[in-house]
Design a protein around this ligand. Structure first.
Ligand code: MGD
Ligand code: MGD
Ligand code: SF4
Ligand code: MO
Length: 756
């Protein structure tokens, strides 16, 4: 008899999975001792309808993992030991005060990792930490990820978060660049059961084309695979647009015509990119390029979508821009079945009313010290973090606060960053594991497990293919003495601010709420404009809300479907969502232009001059690759999640997935055989990985997944250490970034490969 069958479930909880962007609803049964009995897909979830991947049910194993930290750790004589929270906070205060006394606040930095985007506490309280820092040294996983999309959206539509999503449930034609939703379950396109939704396109008689140097599962499930040379998509997309202009097929459509400017400028900008030029550089012949352009033009509706494989490259922003320009000139911007904008229940600013037009998107509010990289979307490129720590001089970073991040495995030239973290005077990690990054921290502050906190996907539901809201209260109670993640963040912010441990978490929470409500009652487009703040605070008190859930309630109530604290009794609030445990569906995406636009012109800027200028450099920089080098790309596996779920035995059992994929022709030429070790060397580093010979990759390209390399001392990851894999970011180059966004270049890395 298994353990699960012995346990008797006494209650069922519904909870959105926080592990990836798909936001699947989970049905979780719990026994009388608050032990998880079973986790499966929630059939009644309004969005995911029962879909679940192999990771979803491992929230149980994650919660029960003996390696997951329960108490704060402090490093003493090089070894981490458990201490009380009071002791930990004192060490935090003293460490920060020491660095500030010696070097000033410009020596402080923060790094925010990916799980923060899936976490209600981080979404509402990371801001307090950032503000209290008193330095501009903010870094995050966004610059190894989607920053190009923020910049493209910012200049084209007016805010960094105005990012269109492919309307996959209604489209007739999906053209995907550098995305593998069969492994990732989709990204910047929140769509639980992405594979099922792809099948839906085909069942409706539509077509899916995948552009990827690897023949992924997604490519296999599609109608056509175009094995492009890595790093060249910018040329191919420009050529598609050029071809549409050349054949007279380019047309933004009557529905947005009066709201789009820059069509002629776009036409000139892409003029050098003929299908013949694309064929030479991208490895996709001119006839195919012309045919795809014609298919896009002819399809009743079409959506073009690009993700990691085209975001983390040298021309990531230009590619992201051109993809949405392509959506526009095929008449598919803001049209059902095309590229559309979500109207989320909770934020951002474009969802709480207001007119088109605004101050627009700007970059360069500050510059990094060493290489003068401009600030983008409130932060600096994480590729520069290592050099900012290691390079002496005024403003050198001496202390780091790492919030839910593992940059040692996830950012470029990670051996350099590993050294840099060793060199710091003080480091704090807020993390559930002692891993490759947090092992450097003087203090590690562990939040409770994913099942012990309230959840709402603020950021991912802003990018969903339907307008959906879903709130889940914590499934399991906290243990005695545990600190919730928002309390940790608020306390950290308070200590940063006044360098005193007596600061009260409740005061910081109250301050944040007062500031938020104060702004809303003065905003004439808000649904609580002119209302009395105290009256609303009293309502919140009656509901017994505090922390992130109180802030969420304000966002929901003042959002587009909001209850507005009594003015719209049938509207949405935390209470309303508690009464709807499977979520509320507000329907399919609806057109939002011009209301959503916040550019100074109040128009869609189809050809921002900065982007056109960047595009003009492409042909000089994107060269044919020399024959002695191979191009390294990354990949994801369904049962892995960036760097941090390799301690779950249920996910890592079976053959090791951290292999170097090599095409059979390259294997023969280089004398490599399946399973044998190969040495891979780039400008910055070298490693040895086992070879996987496969024809599911373009010749001349090799692939390693990221997030591995768990064989370092001083961590507590007993399962992951058994199958450590290698860290692919030893090979990626911190000196190569997309100059418009500061995004790291993680794909199309020139490497040499030899038998080891
Ligand atoms: N070569 C290459 N590198 C890549 C990529 C690639 O495609 N190729 N992808 C990039 C992308 S898209 C991303 S998003 C980044 C990710 O980069 P990071 O965000 O730096 O790394 P993660 O692996 O997500 O690690 C998250 C950390 O948060 C901890 N954690 C998990 N849940 C919680 C929580 O609820 N609270 C707290 N406080 N901590 C938590 C984990 O233990 C882990 O230490 O990696 C990037 N790196
Ligand atoms: N199972 C699982 N799911 C995840 C994650 C995970 O680690 N594991 N991570 C989550 C995160 S943080 C993110 S950001 C998303 C990312 O979600 P996706 O963007 O779907 O990421 P990948 O699955 O890495 O797919 C990227 C694809 O780009 C291809 N590629 C590489 N270089 C190029 C290029 O130059 N041109 C083109 N056209 N293609 C290229 C790669 O071969 C790969 O197939 O996934 C999320 N979901
Ligand atoms: S697809 Fe993503 S959200 Fe859904 S169960 Fe898997 S990890 Fe969780
Ligand atoms: Mo990511």
């Amino acid at each position: 008899m298994t353990e699960a069958t012995r346990r008797i479930p006494v209650r069922t909880a519904y909870r959105t999975c926080p592990l990836c962007e798909a936001t699947c609803g989970l049905e979780i049964t719990v026994d009388a001792d608050d032990q998880i009995v079973r986790i499966r897909g929630d059939q009644d979830d309004v969005f995911s309808k029962g879909f679940i991947c192999p990771k979803g049910s491992t929230l149980k194993q994650l919660h029960e993992d003996p390696d997951r930290l329960r108490r704060p750790l402090v490093k003493r004589d090089g070894v981490h030991v458990e201490v009380s929270w009071d002791e930990a906070w004192q060490v935090v205060r003293d460490g920060l005060a020491g660095v500030i006394d010696a070097h000033g606040r410009s020596a402080l930095a923060v790094y925010m990792g990916n799980p923060g985007a899936h976490n209600l506490a981080s979404m509402t309280f990371n801001r307090a930490v950032n503000l209290a820092l008193g330095s501009f040294n903010r870094f995050s996983a966004s610059t190894v990820d989607q920053m190009p999309k923020h910049v493209a959206g910012g200049f084209m539509f007016g805010t960094g978060i105005t990012i269109p999503v492919p309307d996959i449930d209604y489209t007739d034609y999906l053209l995907m660049f550098g995305a593998n939703p069969h492994a990732s379950n989709g990204s910047l396109c929140t769509a639980p059961d992405f594979p099922g939704r792809m099948r839906g396109i085909q069942e409706r008689g539509g077509k899916i084309v995948v552009v990827d140097p690897r023949r992924t599962k997604t490519a296999d499930a599609s109608d056509e695979w175009l094995p492009i040379i890595p790093g060249t998509d910018v040329v191919f997309v420009a050529a598609l647009i050029n071809e549409l202009f050349a054949t007279g097929a380019a047309d933004v459509g009557a529905h947005v015509r009066s709201h789009v400017v820059g069509v002629d400028e776009l036409k000139s900008a892409v003029a050098p990119f003929t299908p013949e030029v694309a064929a030479e550089l991208c490895g996709i012949d001119a006839a195919t390029c012309r045919r795809i352009a014609a298919e896009l033009a002819a399809a009743p509706t079409a959506a073009v979508y690009g993700r990691i494989g085209v975001n983390t490259v040298e021309f990531g922003t230009a590619t992201a821009w051109l993809i949405d320009a392509l959506n526009t000139v095929t008449g598919n911007l803001d049209k059902r079945g095309g590229a559309m904008f979500t109207l989320p229940a909770a934020g951002p600013v474009t969802s709480v009313g207001g007119k088109p037009g605004g101050s627009g998107f700007k970059i360069g509010k500050g510059h990094t010290r060493v290489r003068q990289y401009p600030e983008v979307f409130g932060e600096y490129p994480v590729a520069a973090l290592g050099e900012e720590i290691l390079t002496p001089g005024e403003g050198q970073i001496r202390a780091l606060i790492s919030l839910a991040g593992n940059p040692v495995l996830s950012t470029p030239n990670s051996e350099q960053l590993d050294k840099a973290l060793d060199d710091l005077d003080f480091m704090v990690s807020v993390d559930i594991y002692l891993n490759e990054t947090s092992r450097h921290a003087d203090v590690v502050l562990p939040p409770p497990s994913q099942l012990q906190r309230d959840h709402y996907d603020i950021s991912l539901l802003r990018l969903a293919v339907r307008n959906v809201a879903n709130y889940s209260p914590a499934v399991l109670p906290m243990e005695d003495g545990q600190w919730d993640e928002w309390e940790i963040l608020a306390k950290l912010a308070g200590i940063l601010q006044i360098l005193d441990t007596s600061v009260s978490v409740g005061d910081i929470d109250d301050l944040a709420v007062a500031e938020m409500l104060g702004g809303l009652v003065k905003n004439s487009s808000s649904n609580i404009f002119g209302r009395d703040v105290d009256e609303i605070l009293r309502q919140l008190e009656v509901e017994g809300l505090r922390g992130p859930t109180r802030i969420l309630d304000i966002m929901l109530q003042t959002g587009p479907y909001g209850a507005a604290y009594g003015s719209n009794p049938s509207g949405v609030s935390v209470r309303a969502l508690l009464d709807a445990p499977h979520g509320i569906d507000f329907g399919a995406l609806e057109p939002r232009i011009p209301e959503i636009l916040r550019t100074p012109s109040a128009k869609v800027e189809l050809c921002p001059p900065l982007f056109a200028e960047n595009l003009s450099k492409v042909l000089a920089r994107v060269k044919k690759n020399s024959d002695d080098k191979l191009l390294l790309v990354g990949r994801r596996h369904l049962k892995s999640n960036n760097s941090w779920m390799h301690n779950m035995k249920v996910l890592t059992k079976g053959s090791l997935s951290c292999t170097l994929q090599v095409h059979p022709d390259d294997a023969v030429r280089l004398g490599l055989s399946h399973g044998s070790p190969a040495r891979v060397t780039s400008r910055v580093g070298s490693l040895v990985a086992p070879v996987e010979v496969t024809d599911a990759i373009r010749a001349g390209v090799v692939s390693l997944p990221h997030g591995w390399g768990h064989n370092v001392r001083g961590t507590k990851l007993s399962v992951a250490a058994e199958k450590p894999g290698v860290n692919s970011n030893i090979l990626t180059d911190d000196e190569r970034i997309d100059e418009l966004s500061g995004n790291a270049v993680l794909n199309a890395i020139p490497v040499t490969v030899q038998s080891a």
